[in-house]
Ligand binder design. Sequence first.
Ligand code: NAP
Length: 249
Amino acid sequence: MKFSEYQPRPDLLKDRVILITGAGDGIGRAAALSFALHGATVVLHGRTLNKLEVIYDEIEGLGAPQPAILPLQLSSASPLDYEHLYQTLEQQFGRLDGILHNAGVLGERTPLSEYDIDTWDEVMAVNLRAPFVLTQALLPLLAKSEHASVVFASSGVGREARALWGAYSVSKIAIEAMSKIFASEQTYPNIRFNCINPGATRTSMRAKAYPDEDPKTLPTPESIMPAYLYLMGDDSLALNGQSIDAQSH
Ligand code: NAP
């Protein structure tokens, strides 16, 4: 599918409650604004409160549904933190219609022979463990939705292992596998699970990975939103256990 041609209905996500991890910056920030402008009540997760407050104000200023803020450091979150998170969402909304697992860290671009073990642990904690634990913890809330969509952020190096991408590539390949396993187990038939590869996008993570690249040559996070909207809305109801490219032409 050519997502550049996809035209979502203005009310595609009306009355949906959608959690976005890493909503304070980059692609997550663009997704939060875009989902809210299509009618969703967005729950803004991140680790930096002031960034979330800025997006919160932006969304309110646009007249979109009032968002919620949920700060949590994913590299060190405990089972109790996830229990609190569940209870907060349960009390405030009673259900969840979608999760965009977008938060991620790059780690180091270095050979495995020299890869720092603490960095490895951090990348695995944020990119893989957190999406697993968060999804598992929130399944009962997703089960209360008519059609829930869980979307995991993958990458080109999540499709094929690539030298020098270390823990990042391993974590993204594993997230693709995890998404397929959730999708095929069908514990709750109303919940679908898919992956999205944003492709090279103008964010601080990309700039860290490719410091010599001119960011202006890259698509903005806003420009890849059609694919994110497609996966989050009911136009993709038939899609489960798939992995799509946001920049497919
Ligand atoms: P980004 O600009 O670096 O944003 C990452 C977000 O994740 C930030 O909001 C960050 O919070 C949050 N985050 C990082 N570590 C966290 C932690 N320990 N706890 C809570 N939140 C944390 O990255 P991006 O480029 O938008 O990437 C978004 C997703 O797309 C990632 O999963 C990435 O792997 C994937 N991706 C991106 C590209 C690309 O070209 N940009 C390509 C392929 C895949 P702070 O703002 O507080 O740091």
